[in-house]
Ligand binder design. Structure first.
Ligand code: FMN
Length: 194
């Protein structure tokens, strides 16, 4: 089974550290993994030109090509974002909008896949849950089954407090616990529903 992770950060720093950790653990448990990092990539926003509805492909030729291919191949999808202005990064928002072109090809293309969310905030209460809710809403809209860490904590996904520092996030034990909890549920869902 294949898990595709998207890192919505503009930097090689805390969000990348967390999603690499998640994919490493999944790989160790026998999953094929692939990471798409937005760093150095061009992801233009959706212009709502509707070219995709007529032509079954996006008119914009940029690094979304990689994302399109991996989203189609994946059984599980992890969206990892730095919390920005109490929500997700602009890169990740652009990726979400641009998947419209995939469903122009096949309405059911993402349905039934399993999704999980990672949110990394500079502050402990910086809007991680709002970022999760955006990711989870995206999953719902596209028929992707969202997982949480369960009913006893980490209820919307893996939440980290970076204090804007790679050193500090490495010491965020509670964040790492929330990642591990969510990964347990993610793996269970993948094995049960895929
Ligand atoms: C434009 C901007 C907006 C931000 N807004 C928030 C915010 O609303 N809440 C928060 O907790 N952190 C906020 N941060 C801090 C980042 O979420 C935090 O530093 C995170 O660890 C950055 O991830 P990265 O290291 O992968 O870039 C913001 C950072 C930037 C650059």
């Amino acid at each position: 089974m294949k898990v595709f992770g998207i890192c919505g950060s503009f930097r090689s720093n805390t969000t990348e550290y967390v999603i690499e950790n998640a994919l490493y653990k999944l790989k160790d448990n026998g999953f094929d993994t692939e990471l798409f990092s937005c760093i150095g990539k061009t992801i233009k926003p959706c212009m709502h030109c509707d070219y995709c509805l007529e032509n079954k492909k996006c008119i914009v030729e940029d690094d979304m090509a990689d994302v399109y291919r991996n989203l189609q191949e994946a059984d599980g999808i992890i969206l990892a974002t730095p919390v920005q202005s109490g929500g997700i990064s602009a890169n990740l928002a652009a990726i979400m909008d641009r998947t419209r072109a995939l469903e122009a090809i096949d309405y059911n293309i993402l349905r039934g896949k399993i999704g999980m969310s990672i949110a990394v905030g500079g502050d402990r209460t910086g809007g991680q849950d709002f970022a999760h809710l955006k990711n989870i809403t995206y999953f719902m809209i596209h028929g992707i089954i969202p997982v949480s860490g369960g009913p006893f904590g980490s209820n919307l996904g893996a939440s980290f407090w970076s204090n804007d520092s790679l050193d500090d996030i490495k010491n965020d034990d509670y964040g790492m616990k929330s990642l591990d909890r969510t990964l347990v549920e993610f793996e269970k869902f993948l094995k049960k529903y895929i």
